[in-house]
Design a protein around this ligand. Structure first.
Ligand SMILES: *Cc1c(COP(=O)(O)O)cnc(C)c1O
Length: 233
């Protein structure tokens, strides 16, 4: 893990880039939340950033997230789940994550709904869209999005708040921009079609978050640029 000071310095730099970019494209910086992706990094790294005033953290693996949550139960954190989510893991989710970014199957949504019901909680979710049809990545295809989103939205203990995407990796971040734009269009279309408000677009990572802000991102998921490189994924 990088030194505490380095983590905080990089976090401050990113916050200031986010603010500058938002202002430049006439967006309110308060409508953009930086989710610090702490997967594979120790709980201590989360604690350091939390003590510097950061609130939102993202994790990819259920067990790793639970371990960190237990270790950090003394501090206020808004946890985001951003990894692949299988229905057999649904039982661990209710009450643990403020927002699930990566819901991509009706079956998982139904399992989650069932687990939330007895607890009387409503789980906020985003639906992940696989815009480039990449097999190794999760997400609904654009063609199935409307029908599945409609069914997920009908579940009483699931609150659909928007869409998430993870475009193919490009060295040149401008090449990710068309995917961000497309996700925003799909959001607008789905909003009209279902007659619900979808306020969130979770898009933009370390390499391409400035383009994502310009295309309307409300949640940025940034790991490497804050915590440094990961040894494994
Ligand atoms: C790891 C991960 C990120 C963060 O990626 P960085 O390139 O390290 O900023 C964002 N979103 C998802 C879904 C991830 O798995």
């Amino acid at each position: 893990m990088d030194k505490a000071r380095d983590i905080i310095t990089r976090w401050q730099e990113i916050q200031s880039e986010i603010e500058k970019t938002a202002v430049r494209c006439n967006r309110n910086p308060e409508h953009i939340t930086l989710v610090a992706v702490s997967k594979t990094h120790p709980a201590q790294a989360v604690r350091i950033l939390s003590q510097a005033g950061h609130l939102d953290f993202g994790e990819n693996y259920v067990q790793e997230a639970i371990d960190k949550q237990e270790e950090l139960s003394d501090i206020p954190i808004r946890w985001h789940f951003i990894g692949r989510l299988q229905s057999n893991k649904a039982k661990y989710i209710p009450g643990r994550f403020d927002l699930i970014h990566s819901l991509d199957r009706l079956k998982t949504a139904q399992a989650l709904d069932q687990r939330c019901a007895p607890l009387g909680v409503v789980q906020k979710v985003l639906i992940q869209v696989n815009l480039a049809g990449e097999e190794q990545k999760g997400g609904l295809s654009v063609s199935e999005l409307s029908a599945v989103a409609r069914e997920i939205n009908a579940l009483p203990h699931i609150d659909v708040q928007g869409l998430m995407c993870m475009p193919p990796f490009f060295d040149d971040p401008t090449r990710a921009r068309p995917f961000f734009r497309r996700l925003a269009q799909e959001r607008d279309r789905l909003q009209d079609e279902l007659g619900i408000e979808l306020r969130h677009l979770s898009m933009g990572m370390s390499g391409d978050y400035l383009a994502a802000i310009e295309e309307g991102a409300t949640l940025l998921r940034i790991g490497t640029s804050i915590f440094g490189h990961r040894d494994y994924d």
